[in-house]
Design a protein around this ligand. Structure first.
Ligand SMILES: [Fe+2]
Length: 366
């Protein structure tokens, strides 16, 4: 434990992030029906709940946890859409966000072992040189891909800074911290950003991983980076044995290394429609839709003027970006064509590169 405390006290991760902005106040139907929930199952935009005649504390926790993670990740629940044991979940208007990533790794089996044992994801499917990792056995958050001749990305190149897995609740972060006592070699830092508390790791190829929980009601001006107060966090641990990452975990954001931050901001704002939420001079920026602190982080701390790594380089292969509806996707496509970033007859799936060569695949929310 002492190693972990020391790690937190080092507060090694640089400042980023902005305070949470709530996504509105529409009533949440789950609150009304929570007494009936015994099972929550989310798949392709539909949240299914199974009814029960009795309520347990676990049921209530599931309800609370779902409400939190759905709001944090830019989702909302459509009011009045409970029918026959189903709650229909939709996106907030204009919310575009990262759904999952494909990561290039040099040793697939080694990485699977890491993501299962350390991060707690499940391998939903494993075929040839690909593995599909999921928190619930249904939604993939990470796809690992081992190319034939993998190689490390050159220093200074653009690409992945970190992926960021958003946990439903602070209790989950506390439980994770205790779990990581046995895996401290993979830890890279831990910070309190006011808007969130975060633990940082690196996978066997050096791919950055943030696992975090959002904190509500923090004024924007109080945003910052302090060392994680581990002892205080651990007071919220559930005491239950750690089994896996929570089923409700989502990809909260992705942070990219770019060659030029103002250039990248212009691209993500003017073509993809993200709002600039915060920036640190010309070397870091944080962008989102729907008022979240950030769905996309950008920095040039170690990649200023850098180039896209080679096609077999470990790191980010692509990020899957979901947009709320077809009109949004068509508008993005039109802007890209007008800006000569895309040729007009490009077929879907829409696969593009940002100015730094980071690959994005755009799809409509299912
Ligand atoms: Fe992050």
């Amino acid at each position: 434990m002492s190693d972990l405390l020391n790690l937190s006290q080092r507060g090694s991760h640089p400042l980023y992030g902005t305070p949470f902005v709530a996504h509105g106040t529409s009533p949440c139907p789950l609150r009304r029906i929570s007494v009936n929930i015994v099972e929550i199952h989310y798949h392709q935009g539909i949240l299914t709940v199974a009814p029960s005649k009795s309520i347990t504390n676990e049921d209530m926790n599931k309800s609370r946890r779902y409400q939190q993670v759905s709001k944090d990740s830019g989702n909302s629940i459509e009011t009045g859409s409970i029918r026959k044991g189903r709650v229909y979940m939709t996106n907030n208007k204009n919310v575009t966000k990262v759904r999952r990533v494909v990561l290039m790794v040099s040793d697939l089996n080694r990485s699977i072992k890491f993501y299962e044992e350390v991060i707690g994801l499940k391998t939903r499917k494993n075929e040839k040189n690909r593995a599909y990792l999921s928190p619930d056995g249904i939604r993939d958050l990470i796809i690992l891909y081992q190319p034939e001749n993998p190689e490390p990305a050159p220093a200074g190149s653009t690409g992945l800074f970190h992926i960021a897995l958003l946990l439903p609740a602070r209790e989950d972060l506390a439980d994770l911290w205790l779990h990581l006592k046995e895996h401290s070699r993979w830890l890279a830092g831990a910070s309190d950003h006011s808007v969130s508390e975060a633990i940082y790791l690196e996978d066997p190829d050096g791919n950055g991983i943030e696992i975090y929980a959002d904190r509500k009601g923090v004024p924007v001006k109080e945003m910052g980076t302090e060392r994680l107060q581990v002892e205080e966090l651990l007071q919220h641990a559930t005491g239950n044995p750690w089994k896996s990452i929570p089923k409700e975990t989502v990809m909260g954001h992705i942070h990219l290394k770019v060659r030029d931050v103002p250039e990248a901001v212009e691209f993500y704002r003017d073509y993809l429609g993200f709002d600039l939420m915060a920036k640190m001079g010309n070397h870091a920026a944080f962008m989102s839709t729907g008022g979240y602190h950030h769905h996309i982080g950008l920095n040039s701390w170690n990649s200023l003027g850098g180039k896209k790594p080679g096609e077999n380089a470990t790191g980010l292969d692509r990020a899957l970006i979901v947009v709320p509806d077809r009109n949004t996707l068509e508008a993005i496509k039109r802007r890209l064509v007008e800006g000569e970033k895309l040729i007009e007859d490009t077929q879907e799936p829409l696969i593009i590169e940002d100015p730094s060569g980071n690959t994005l695949q755009l799809v409509v929310e299912e």
